[in-house]
Design a protein around this ligand. Structure first.
Ligand SMILES: Cc1cc2nc3c(=O)[nH]c(=O)nc-3n(C[C@H](O)[C@H](O)[C@H](O)COP(=O)(O)O)c2cc1C
Length: 406
């Protein structure tokens, strides 16, 4: 038995059966009704048999008027409850928890699929590092709209609980709305929602309280939080540590650490040499965070070898090992690590030599692999990036036409 197979008890008493978690990967596998599809549910059936203690879904939107991507699942009322139940049932009979990640994209969204973009302040994206994110100037949210979004986080969580999911994760990282409120770069409000860190953190704290009020004390709530935005004038490491303290005081059950935004995508591994050598991103941060909180910490970004994962847990720096991209290629990853069949889950995509295409593959190549899983096919580590690119280019063209009809 490896240390990664030790169980973990969260502050509210919830038991995770081991230390390996699938971090969120937006599957972009819904349909125009924004419901969970067969493909999506089937991918989770496969992952549910893979032995991880926790599976976190790709981000689910809390408002159909604020979509990150065209094929996001949206949960804002009970109209998809039967399909959500089927999704939640994928882990039935296993020891795996399934937590949806819930999100509002704020300004980091495609303008083609949203009638308007809203954010804490009217600050546009400087450059879009990913897909079709827009540079359009968002509109600053009004106070009543902020309160409505906070309420929605709670409502969505309650529906997910009713459907049978065993916890939720707030997406508080990567430059989406929660993270936009935290960052002085994107939040220049002068009311009680902006300015001091206490004011900028008010949104995430109220989101947490709204969810807790609806789901009760026994239902685990986690958050994915940026260690920093890695941007001049952005959310700093020191501020992030303060937010960790605030959320811990509120009683949050699990804090997952990541970092970056569309403008500075550190979550995908733009690393300094020292970090590269150590395989894992944000490790220095987690070591410091460990000293200021007793809340269980999950770290995501770069974990690939079982020896490094074991060492991170054994040295008590991290409680839960978060892994994303390798789950798309090694769906049985936790079992295979435990049985020592897999000691290195590095994935490598062939290079096309075209920078823009190779950059996009970090997302769309993995989405294609998830869709293969959902269709009952085996992952294909040799999948040609050109074939993925051509498929997506066609989709983008057809989606543009599709947008005219929805
Ligand atoms: C296809 C894809 C989609 C992603 N979607 C999300 C998402 O919905 N929410 C999120 O918090 N992170 C998302 N991420 C980021 C991952 O959760 C993770 O932070 C990142 O891939 C680094 O971890 P890794 O090195 O183990 O892949 C996504 C990553 C990929 C590859």
């Amino acid at each position: 038995m490896t240390i990664l197979q030790q169980e973990m008890i969260l502050p509210n008493g919830t038991k995770l059966s081991n230390r390996i978690a699938k971090s969120a990967m937006s599957e972009n596998a819904s349909n125009k009704n924004h419901e969970p599809t067969k493909t999506l549910i089937n991918a989770y059936k496969k992952w549910a048999q893979g032995g991880a203690g926790l599976l976190i879904t790709g981000n689910i939107m809390i408002d159909s008027k604020a979509l990150g991507e065209p094929r996001n699942v949206v949960v804002e009322d009970e109209k998809h409850i039967l399909l959500l139940k089927k999704w939640a049932e994928t882990v039935k009979g296993t020891q795996t928890h399934l937590w949806p990640q819930i999100n509002h994209p704020g300004r980091q969204a495609m303008e083609q699929i949203n009638s308007e973009l809203m954010a804490p302040s009217a600050v546009p994206l400087r450059s879009s590092g990913r897909k079709n994110a827009t540079k359009k100037i968002p509109r600053a949210l009004l106070e009543n709209e902020i309160l409505d979004i906070i309420e929605r986080f709670g409502t969505t969580s309650l529906i997910l609980k009713k459907a049978g999911f065993t916890g939720v994760q707030i997406h508080g990282a990567h430059g989406y709305l929660v993270s936009q409120f935290l960052s002085p770069h994107t939040n220049i409000r002068e009311d009680k929602w902006g300015g001091s860190l206490e004011n900028r953190a008010r949104f995430v704290i109220e989101v947490y309280r709204s969810i807790r009020k609806k789901v009760g004390a026994d239902f685990p709530i986690g958050i994915k939080l940026n260690s920093a935005d890695f941007q001049k004038g952005g959310f700093t490491e020191e501020e992030s540590m303060e937010v960790v303290k605030m959320l811990s005081k509120e009683g949050i059950d699990l804090i997952e650490i990541s970092g970056g935004t569309y403008e500075a995508p550190a979550m995908m591994g733009k690393r300094k040499e020292s970090t590269e050598k150590r395989e894992v991103y944000f490790m220095e941060y987690i070591e410091k965070a460990r000293t200021i909180t007793k809340t269980p910490l999950m770290l995501t970004g770069g974990f690939r070898t079982s020896s490094v994962m074991e060492q991170a847990v054994a040295s008590n720096k991290v409680d839960i090992i978060g892994i994303a991209r390798p789950f798309a290629i090694f769906p049985n990853i936790a079992n295979d690590i435990f049985s020592k069949k897999l000691t290195d889950c590095t994935t490598q995509i062939q290079k096309t030599g075209v920078k823009a295409i190779d950059g996009a593959m970090n997302i769309i190549w993995y989405e294609s692999q998830i869709k293969r899983l959902g269709k009952g096919e085996k992952p294909n580590p040799k999948l040609s990036p050109w074939s993925v690119f051509i498929k997506y280019a066609w989709l983008i063209v057809s989606k543009k036409l599709f947008f005219l009809f929805i």
